[in-house]
Ligand binder design. Structure first.
Ligand SMILES: NC(=O)c1ccc[n+]([C@@H]2O[C@H](COP(=O)([O-])OP(=O)(O)OC[C@H]3O[C@@H](n4cnc5c(N)ncnc54)[C@H](O)[C@@H]3O)[C@@H](O)[C@H]2O)c1
Length: 260
């Protein structure tokens, strides 16, 4: 029995890394997937992989900070696949996230907050309006270990901490209104995606990707970095009815990073 059979899911930032892995796993488990990304070509690639394996997917261009585009994406989802059951707010950037507090410009701070936090608010609001008029659904917001502990730059930390509490607020609001909409956050440890490889030039202690990887591995008691699939498994669980009593909670998938 497939775990998300007949559900329809939108995954933002589905063209790369954790988003792409989540799209592929949800589709393998029976979901119809709307892959969105600001990089339209990468979203197409993910959707093509799913289709080639016999799954159902469409790709849409979406900049998650564009409020009007959210309604268009949801309308297209409903007209193509008949409804909306799952939203994964995954798109995000490091941007100035690793720039030290004293050096980060206000403009860079705003850019990180807009993509990582404001856009998650827009997605939650648009999804609630659609889901409450049908049978409800599951909203999954990708936060970070940096939404729980300090350590990255101020902007990334603050944006991911905001996602953590926004998720609880959405959960309580939807619960109080008996919308049958659950909302949870996921907190990944470091996963070796293009985003993480990209911070190599901003980390003073290292000058190669290999050195960065070794440095990051040492911060995870389990002794390795995570795989994109480790996070996709969490997304699948929260998307499925197996997690039907979970809302407002934090799924930490971090190889022990925050246990230290
Ligand atoms: N990789 C990690 O170690 C890690 C750890 C904790 C949390 N996260 C979070 O997981 C999420 C995915 O990260 P990843 O590592 O897969 O990154 P990634 O860079 O591999 O993928 C991010 C995707 O988001 C898309 N994107 C960026 N800005 C967008 C916008 N404005 N609108 C739509 N799409 C946009 C990019 O085009 C890209 O395809 C992010 O929210 C990130 O903060 C990642």
């Amino acid at each position: 029995m497939s775990r998300v059979e007949n559900k329809t899911a939108i995954v933002t930032g589905g063209g790369s890394g954790l988003g792409a892995a989540s799209c592929e796993l949800l589709a393998r488990q029976g979901a119809k997937v709307v892959v969105t990304d600001v990089n339209a070509e990468s979203a197409e690639q993910t959707a093509n992989i799913i289709e080639q394996r016999g799954g159902k997917a469409i790709a849409l261009h979406q900049d998650v900070v564009d409020q009007d585009r959210w309604q268009e994406v949801i309308d297209t989802t409903v007209s193509e696949f008949g409804g909306l059951d799952v939203l994964v707010n995954n798109a995000g950037i490091v941007g100035a996230g690793v720039v030290p507090m004293e050096d980060v410009s206000f403009e860079s701070w705003r850019q990180v907050m807009t993509i990582n936090l404001d856009a998650v608010f827009l997605g939650c609001q648009a999804a609630i309006r659609e889901m409450k008029s049908s049978e409800g659904g599951s909203i999954i917001n990708i936060s970070s270990i940096m939404g729980i502990v300090g350590g990255a730059g101020a902007a990334y930390n603050a944006s991911k901490g905001g996602v953590r509490l926004l998720s609880k607020s959405v959960a309580v609001y939807c619960g109080n209104n008996r919308y049958n909409i659950r909302c949870n956050s996921i907190h990944p440890g470091y996963i070796w995606t293009p985003m993480v490889k990209g911070i190599v030039d901003s980390v003073a202690e290292v000058d190669t990707e290999e050195a960065l990887k070794l440095m990051l591995e040492a911060k995870h008691p389990i002794g390795r970095l995570g795989e994109a699939d480790d996070i996709a498994q969490g997304v699948l669980f929260l998307a499925s009815d197996e997690s039907s009593f979970m809302t407002g909670s934090e799924l930490v998938i971090d190889g022990g990073y925050t246990a230290v």
